[in-house]
Design a protein around this ligand. Structure first.
Ligand SMILES: [Zn+2]
Length: 107
């Protein structure tokens, strides 16, 4: 998956198309990401439980498919696809628009 936690992304599909935010969590197994402030769902929470939590309608960020977001390049600020570039032993993530190196890819 080319997007990871902490990345700034632009939403390109769905109800929140056009919004941007930081990736709060990324699930590599499911190929889904949670983006702060995007894809907010209301959940009806029942009161109770061990610590007597109040019930009501809570807003939660729902995960969305990683195909629905595009990385915003930190150096040129354009939404971009992510490329990989190998320098010696180190793999780097690069921006396809301005070719800037985003960061090293950890093995
Ligand atoms: Zn760029």
């Amino acid at each position: 998956m080319k997007v990871k936690k902490g990345d700034k992304v632009l939403v390109i599909k769905g109800r929140d198309r056009g919004k941007s935010g930081h990736v709060a969590s990324a699930d590599h197994q499911l190929g889904k990401v949670k983006v702060e402030g995007v894809n907010i769902h209301k959940r009806h929470q029942r009161r109770g439980g061990q610590n007597r939590q109040p019930g009501g309608i809570v807003e939660v960020v729902a995960a969305m498919p990683v195909e629905s977001v595009m990385l915003i390049c930190p150096s040129c600020n354009h939404p971009t696809r992510v490329g990989y570039h190998r320098i010696g032993e180190v793999k780097k993530r690069v921006c396809r628009v301005c070719k800037a190196i985003i960061e090293d890819v950890k093995k």
